[in-house]
Design a protein. Structure first.
Length: 179
């Protein structure tokens, strides 16, 4: 099974205008720290890099809001690189798989796969082949549990169907009934 080994960031949200490498490794990782110290920003970094694209999902109005800014000083760009241990999950013959995304001050965003420029669609396809579909429910964000508790039983069932991968068959079934 593939897993995220480390995340390299530059100029992303509160991480500052410097290169940082955040080790995750296999299994369970807990990130602790005081309020506002950047715990959720790490989740946002993952969402940004893996192309689950809307700015709202990262608690930003536009992509350029993701670029580090403090006391009138703004980084020239924000970049997040996620390094997976491949373990045969990705159809690439490298031990590690690197996916990175960068956004500059003009709002232009670019991706790389193993250091080569790539289209967003290629990143999505690669992740889907590795069993990490970008439209899937991979990240539980702050407030999601509250929403889950507040849902109607049928909304909750729909969400569970999505996670379990049943929705796609349900959609096909509905289409077949219609035709
Ligand atoms: P909590 O425990 O309250 O959930 P947290 O550790 O999850 O806190 P985050 O939401 O990750 O905190 O970080 C919030 C901090 O990130 C805020 O202080 C905010 O000012 C800072 N921040 C967000 N965007 C930027 C940016 N573009 N430049 C600099 N700092 C930013
Ligand atoms: Mg938080």
């Amino acid at each position: 099974k593939a897993y995220i080994d480390r995340i390299n960031v530059f100029g992303f949200k509160s991480y500052g205008e410097r290169y940082l490498s955040i080790p995750l490794g296999e299994g369970f990782t807990a990130i602790v720290g005081p309020n506002g110290s950047g715990k959720s920003n790490l989740g946002d970094a993952i969402v940004f890099c893996l192309g689950i694209a809307s700015a709202k999902a990262m608690r930003a109005i536009k992509l350029t809001d993701l670029i580090f800014s403090s006391k009138g000083k703004t980084a020239p760009y924000a970049e997040v690189e996620i390094i997976f241990k491949n373990n045969g999950a990705f159809p690439l013959n490298t031990e590690e798989v690197s996916i990175s995304r960068k956004v500059d001050l003009s709002g232009k965003s670019t991706y790389k796969i193993n250091s080569r420029p790539a289209k967003q669609q290629e990143v999505e396809e690669l992740l889907t082949l590795a069993g990490i579909p970008t439209q899937g429910y991979n990240i539980v964000t702050q407030g999601d549990i509250y929403k889950f508790v507040k849902m109607t039983p049928s909304e909750r069932r729909d969400l569970i169907s999505d996670i379990a991968g049943i929705t796609q068959y349900e959609e096909r079934k509905q289409k077949a009934i219609q035709d």
